[in-house]
Design a protein around this ligand. Structure first.
Ligand code: MG
Length: 442
């Protein structure tokens, strides 16, 4: 049953219900706790005590709220495929047992970065995924995969539900999402994660000024977006102005193999890496470019799954992989890619889509895994947006890190006023029936 509600009314209602190779580079949750959760005023107030694994319980997805958000930007963010003028995506809230798990789909209005848009994500979520999983019983996040697997592609949309499931089960267990994700690793989650700053395409003087301003805010690793024609002059000017900063370039698939001499000319600039120079769906040509350049080569848009990762490693197409949880369909698949890369000595880092504070905090959680060894695109949202939907996430300027949240779930509190101001569309979906796990061939 679908119910269309006033966004502000529903948000307040929701919040009151509870919280819910050879690389070149080196429950006791009883009735009382449930009542506490039910009346917790904001996200993260799960109020749950850590529970032993044997006490975990199946959670039925009782209600799903889908929101479209818009976040005004401090300034347009320009990459090789075009400008981004507004934060534009979806939030989802999975309700179960008085807890709420939140997910974010950081898409764009147009298919300039990937085939998905905010519109396609709403369509897939509301017409296919939500009807499929309403009433489903899950114990762990992997239990959601058969429902998500009924839809091919649409990874950012599916990643939103997977993120919400991680938030939900982490709250049930009284664990931070970082600790929940890190359970398979003896060393556990890191306490701080290294972050970097991404600078959109602009003039050389403006770029140099932006690097200086970001350093003053505490960011050390700088990523410059590039496009054909200005990349060499830009990179040389940045290196000359800042001889010692960790500096990398991101081409967002703007080049062809015939442009190899451009990247060879960058070998002398001591770049941390060049990210995704060739086509967004290409792995083979990257494997041909790889031996031609000395700068470490990183794949981003080409990696949609652990299968793509396996192919890239087999072809020696890269030295580094940028894992965007949304791009690969969620945190569950992102952790599989992390594990594969770690087993093969391939450094990884966590990329970004200019998420809200909610998405940033969820990315911080996976960036805390032991195989994530390079600074991620974990820009604090106030650097890009004039509106926040969560409490601000602070950077530790002394070491250019973000402290990993320790509260249950994603671990940041939602700002009800900020969220209400950001929401442009909202639908609530409820069901009273249990659904069977779908049978699919994988
Ligand atoms: Mg990139």
């Amino acid at each position: 049953m679908r119910v269309v509600v006033n966004p502000l009314t529903r948000i307040c209602s929701t919040l009151c219900r509870g919280a819910g190779g050879a690389p070149k580079v080196g429950s006791l949750i009883g009735h009382a706790d449930r009542k506490l959760n039910e009346y917790a005023p904001a996200l993260g107030r799960a109020g749950a005590l850590p529970r032993a694994a044997t006490e975990r319980e199946t959670m039925r997805i009782e209600r799903i709220d889908l929101y479209q958000y818009r976040l005004p930007m401090v300034r347009p963010f320009v990459i090789s495929s075009g400008p981004m003028t507004q934060g534009h995506g979806l939030f989802v809230a999975l309700h179960s047992e008085g807890l709420v798990g939140w997910g974010e789909c950081p898409t764009t209005p147009s298919p300039m970065y990937c085939p998905e848009t905010t519109g396609t994500a709403w369509h897939i979520a509301s017409e296919y995924l939500i009807p499929s999983m309403l009433g489903a019983d899950i114990e762990e996040t992997q239990d959601l995969e058969p429902y998500l697997g009924r839809v091919r592609g649409h990874h950012f949309c599916k990643g939103m539900f997977d993120m919400a499931a991680w938030d939900l089960v982490s709250k049930r267990d009284g664990l931070s999402m970082a600790r929940k994700l890190a359970q398979p690793y003896p060393e556990g989650a890191k306490e701080r994660v290294a972050c970097g700053w991404a600078i959109g395409i602009q003039g050389i003087a403006e770029t140099i000024a932006a690097i200086g301003a970001a350093r003053e805010r505490g960011f050390q690793r700088m990523k410059l977006k590039i496009r054909p024609g200005h990349e060499l002059a830009l990179a040389r000017a940045a290196r000359l102005a800042f001889p010692d900063i960790p500096l990398m370039l991101d081409a967002n698939s703007a080049y062809g193999l015939e442009d190899a001499p451009i990247f060879q000319a960058m070998d002398e600039l001591r770049l941390l890496m060049i990210e995704q120079p060739l086509d967004c769906d290409d792995i083979y040509d990257h494997s041909r470019l790889h031996p031609l350049i000395k700068t470490p080569l990183c794949l981003d848009e080409s990696i949609h799954s652990v299968g793509d990762t396996r192919l890239a490693l087999a072809l020696k197409a890269c030295d580094i992989i940028n894992i965007k949880p949304g791009r690969v369909g969620g945190w569950t698949e992102a952790r599989r890619i992390h594990d594969l890369c770690r087993a093969n000595g391939i450094p990884v880092w966590i990329g970004g889509m200019l998420e809200s504070g909610l998405g940033i905090a969820a990315k911080v959680a996976i960036a805390s895994l032991p195989g994530v060894t390079l600074p991620g695109d974990l820009e604090v949202s106030y650097m890009h947006y004039t509106l926040e939907v969560t409490e601000p996430i602070a950077i530790n300027p002394e070491d250019s890190t973000i402290t990993v949240p320790t509260k249950p779930g994603i671990g940041v509190e939602i700002d009800p006023a900020g969220l209400a101001a950001a929401i442009a569309r909202h639908e609530s979906f409820v069901s009273t029936k249990q659904v069977a796990v779908p049978e699919i061939s994988r």
